[in-house]
Design a protein around this ligand. Structure first.
Ligand code: PAJ
Length: 284
């Protein structure tokens, strides 16, 4: 049975009862418009924990002024059906005033990690993400929380905040779920028209080309970034935001690829901004 609650007291009651039954609590934070990517996180949570909480909240503080907050898809009934089918125990879908009452004044920032990659094009975005996720952790108090690699910078920022603030939970980063042609699933894919949708495969294809080049021995990040940029800018309708090859741990640039490496791209098609990445383990 999936229960739907909207207040913090109701979450705490339900989670408290689960904890009394010695159930391990898992949390999957989402903004709704659930797709197979979200479902993979729910399944990971179900496999590992005995009480799965999914939060559904389109978080206003992580959207910039020109971004899609008002038109972000809100599909609560369909989302609830998916949660029921997947055996979610509790759905927490709060009102904005519950999360951000009128006298709200505290924000969480993860410096350095929030300032690179998506940071410059989305000022304040990661501050909004870190703040809401920190609040969700405190409300639900999960033992484990699940995030998708698709938003790798977000997941790294959350890992960092959990460590820095000594939050007593584990963070799992789960693999990116893709369409058959490689496009990473995203609630924003529905904004693409047919032509944009077919050209959007350039993100995955160019990332795979970089992966192959690294496997063949390429270790120069600048050469790989140039390749990504060329492939993306040659694609009709695609506007490159960034194409970066960096340390997956620090998100800093490296003079030569070494260790855990993140290859990440952000591309706009019309008003729709898509991101994707691959992680590579690079030896000498
Ligand atoms: P949302 O975009 O709804 O994503 C919720 C979770 O699903 C995130 O951890 C995201 O990385 C993961 N996800 C999205 N697409 C995925 C895919 N194709 N494969 C695997 N996982 C995928 O990310 C957010 O919401 C918000 O920023 C949130 C963390 C909820 C804070 O408001």
């Amino acid at each position: 049975m999936t229960a739907l609650v909207s207040t913090i007291a109701e979450v705490q009651q339900a989670v408290g009862r689960a904890r009394d039954r010695n159930l391990k609590v898992g949390l999957v934070p989402t903004m709704g418009a659930l797709h197979a990517g979200h479902v993979s996180l729910i399944r990971a949570a179900r496999a590992e924990t005995g009480f799965v909480v999914v939060s559904i909240f389109v978080n206003p503080t992580q959207f910039g002024p020109g971004e899609d907050f008002s038109r972000y898809p809100r599909t609560l009934e369909v989302d609830l059906d998916i949660c029921r089918r997947e055996g979610v125990d509790l759905v927490f879908a709060p009102a904005a005033e519950t999360v951000y009452p009128a006298d709200f004044h505290t924000y969480v920032e993860v410096h350095e990690l929030q300032d690179v990659l998506c940071g410059p094009s989305r000022p304040g975005h990661f501050r909004g993400v870190a703040t809401v996720v920190c609040k969700l952790f405190n409300i639900v108090q999960p033992a484990v929380a699940y995030f998708g690699q698709k938003d790798f910078q977000q997941a790294r920022i959350i890992q960092q905040l959990v460590g820095d603030l000594n939050l007593p939970l584990e963070v799992r980063i789960c693999p990116t779920i893709r369409e058959a042609d490689g496009l990473a699933l995203s609630s924003r894919n529905r904004y693409l028209n047919g032509e944009q949708r077919s050209h959007a495969t350039v993100l995955y294809r160019s990332l795979q080309e970089v992966k192959a080049a690294v496997e063949k021995g390429e270790r120069d990040p600048v050469a790989l970034q140039r390749h990504l940029a060329e492939r993306i800018t040659a694609t009709p309708g695609a506007i490159l935001d960034y194409a970066e090859v960096r340390s997956a741990e620090t998100l800093r640039t490296q003079p030569r690829l070494q260790g855990d490496v993140l290859v990440a791209v952000a591309v706009k098609f019309g008003g729709t901004r898509l991101i994707d990445n691959v992680l590579l383990q690079v030896g000498d």
